[in-house]
Design a protein around this ligand. Sequence first.
Ligand SMILES: NC(=O)c1ccc[n+]([C@@H]2O[C@H](COP(=O)([O-])OP(=O)(O)OC[C@H]3O[C@@H](n4cnc5c(N)ncnc54)[C@H](O)[C@@H]3O)[C@@H](O)[C@H]2O)c1
Length: 253
Amino acid sequence: MSMTFSGQVALVTGAAAGIGRATALAFAEQGLKVVVADLDSEGGEGTVELIRAAGGDAVFVRCNVTKETEVRQLMEQAVSTYGRVDYAFNNAGIEIEKGRLAEGSEAEFDAIMGVNVKGVWLCMKYQLPLMLVQGGGAIVNTASVAGLGAAPKMSIYSASKHAVIGLTKSAAIEYAKKKIRVNAVCPAVIDTDMYRRAYEADPKKAEYVAVMHPVGRVGTVEEIASAVLYLCSDGAAFTTGHALAVDGGVTAI
Ligand SMILES: NC(=O)c1ccc[n+]([C@@H]2O[C@H](COP(=O)([O-])OP(=O)(O)OC[C@H]3O[C@@H](n4cnc5c(N)ncnc54)[C@H](O)[C@@H]3O)[C@@H](O)[C@H]2O)c1
């Protein structure tokens, strides 16, 4: 990957595993200092170890993105450690639904909306003023192809990811003249723990999911990391308010 970055520090939420870990590693490979944030301390420290083993610089901050105090402290700790945050990848998310809309529970609704929507909103609430003071920055939020269209038996998740795109576009317009770009990445099915929990128990379902992608396979975490880094890079200077599908052709059907 050959990209240029004017900034020096990246922050990634949900960085203990999956897409977040791969993106934290990719930022570090580009020479950026990385703030690794997650609820999962063991996984988060594991990501930091991987970055340091490869010669990079990273710090782990435990943070539940649904708690305003913790998000505020995350940003304070990032600044006290590295002095600034140039790129933020708000990626922590959950998917726990098991049935159709009418089978969902209030607890599921609150949990999914809490992490996927409130979490992204809280992170941006504390990142935008910091980037404003710094004179610029770039934010990428993790939505999903489920934020661009229907997702049967994942209706709350789909609603949460549509909301992420709404937050992304609105913030992009609000800060467009302030040199802060805000974009979203919309993965289709990516091979992570979240995917394995949902599909691996049933090989038939896994095969169906692979074939559902025009390219004939699910995506890799590195393929999403690559898109996130592009959206943060200097090469994407004219791109803001965009929801980028990285989906093996799913949304082209
Ligand atoms: N895997 C897929 O197929 C896929 C497809 C589209 C979108 N996404 C989205 O990508 C993002 C990452 O998913 P993944 O597949 O890497 O999942 P994952 O389960 O492997 O990783 C998610 C990470 O988020 C963390 N997290 C969960 N709740 C949190 C909270 N309240 N505060 C802080 N951290 C929290 C988890 O501890 C975990 O480390 C999510 O937003 C997900 O909705 C995933």
